[in-house]
Design a protein around this ligand. Structure first.
Ligand code: FES
Ligand SMILES: [Fe+2]
Length: 423
């Protein structure tokens, strides 16, 4: 067990972290207060809250919240906890409502969190002032359609926290092929392991050809070729600061607008191209089809969300050895003609990320195995030193190494150490 916060921060060095970072319940409790309740946490994509009255229930760390769009269209994040005796107000994952009424004694709240009504109010005369009993509000800010919330009134503005990651968010959103991005659907699962194992995985290019051999064998040759980045020197990972990093697996797809027309569209999309070409012009079809696998990179935002090629991967810590994950499929929010694009995008998503897919189940086995193994010799280090000897500053000043290197993990653990060492 750790005695104090300094001790926890000391368990991270530049090139290694102690195995107990995955297993120690006391460290886990500190992470909830020092990280998840202090920094910006991803809560939604704006398309999940399309109009006034729409809401989504989720969590910031372990605290339940409701993200709402109020009558004026403003996004709010409210603690999902009644001000009377603490019952959760909303158990629906998403929906549309005029407000929230507590199931216990029916105190009712507006979409902006204001307490509107108390049944049988005579017992409260001179006792409560309704204006003082609004739902607790979290700061809520957005960038590029991504909605983040924080409990920390003193946190820097979201844009400052995202910093250089913003330009990669902008690039990521280009996969709409000229249309905005919307959420197509999501699936959820838990794994028996620590949240940081998952945070690492989205910036782990090294495991790809090993763990995803069965996926590579299951796809067409053009897709397998596209994802054979092990020996591509142009495939690199940048540390973007503040714990964020970007791992470029298919650098020629990092900026989908940079297209000289020389790359052939994949043969697997021939039927899709034929269908889209009935109503859309050639340039538009090319834009949409070239973006079918998303952007060529995983953008890892500390601490809980990754923009992973063509989907969002969101993590929620449950316990030191348990993590909840959402895989959120996305696609262009366009006219009915692009429905065919989104149908195909969902099939691609299922093929890798789905519960019966060829990708994520193999990843999850690896994560479970790390948790199991890390229970042995808790102070034996986990190594995150791959590529440290060849890391160089990019022209933008970002520490950069090959896509298979552990630069992104070092970025995340650097931020972890900074936040865990803060009082
Ligand atoms: S706990 Fe919500 S009204 Fe009583
Ligand atoms: Fe993987």
């Amino acid at each position: 067990m750790t005695d104090n916060t300094t001790a926890a921060a000391d368990l991270v060095a530049g090139d290694r972290v102690a195995g107990r970072l995955y297993t120690d319940p006391e460290i886990f409790e500190q992470e909830l207060t020092k990280i998840f309740e202090r920094t910006w946490v991803w809560v939604a994509h704006e398309s999940e809250l399309p109009g006034p009255g729409t809401f989504k229930s989720t969590y910031v760390g372990k605290q339940p919240v409701i993200v709402t769009r109020d009558r004026k269209g403003e996004l709010r994040t409210l603690l999902n906890r009644c001000r009377h005796r603490g019952a959760s107000l909303c158990e629906k994952p998403s929906g549309k409502a005029n407000g929230f009424t507590c199931p216990y004694h029916a105190w009712s709240y507006g979409l902006n969190g204001q307490l509107r009504g108390i049944p049988y109010p005579d017992g409260y005369e001179g006792v409560v002032d309704k204006s003082e009993l609004s739902l607790k509000k979290l700061r809520t800010e957005t960038y590029g359609g991504l909605v983040f919330a924080t409990f920390n009134e003193d946190a820097e503005p979201l844009e400052e926290f995202l910093g250089d990651a913003r330009q990669w968010i902008d690039l990521f959103m280009k996969q709409g092929g000229g249309y905005p991005i919307k959420v197509l659907g999501k699936h959820q699962f838990k794994f028996r392991g620590n949240w940081k194992i998952q945070l690492e995985n989205t910036t782990d290019g090294y495991h790809f050809p090993i763990v995803h051999r069965s996926w590579m064998a299951s796809v067409d040759a053009e897709t397998a070729d596209m994802m054979s980045f092990m020996n591509d020197p142009a495939a690199i990972t940048h540390d973007l600061g503040n714990g964020h990093s970007v791992m470029q697996m298919v650098p020629e797809h990092s900026d989908l607008d940079a297209d000289d027309g020389s790359e052939p569209l994949q043969g697997r999309f021939d039927d899709l191209v034929a269908e889209l070409s009935k109503t859309l012009d050639e340039a538009q079809v090319r834009k949409l089809v070239r973006a079918m696998h998303g952007t060529g990179f995983n953008l890892n935002l500390f601490p809980n969300v990754s923009m992973s090629s063509a989907f969002f991967r969101v993590l929620r810590p449950i316990a030191a050895d348990e993590t909840y994950i959402e895989h959120v499929a996305i696609g262009p929010d366009g006219p009915p003609e692009v429905d065919a694009v989104n149908r195909e995008r969902l099939r691609i998503h299922e093929h890798f990320q789905g519960p019966f897919g060829f990708g994520t189940p193999d990843d999850a086995e690896g994560w479970d195995r790390v948790q199991r193994g890390a229970q042995g010799a808790p102070d034996m280090p986990i190594m995150v030193n791959r590529g440290i000897g060849r890391e160089k500053a990019s022209s933008q000043g970002w520490p950069t190494a090959h896509v298979t290197d552990e630069t992104g993990m070092r970025a995340a653990y650097g931020k972890w150490k900074e936040m865990m060492g803060d009082d």
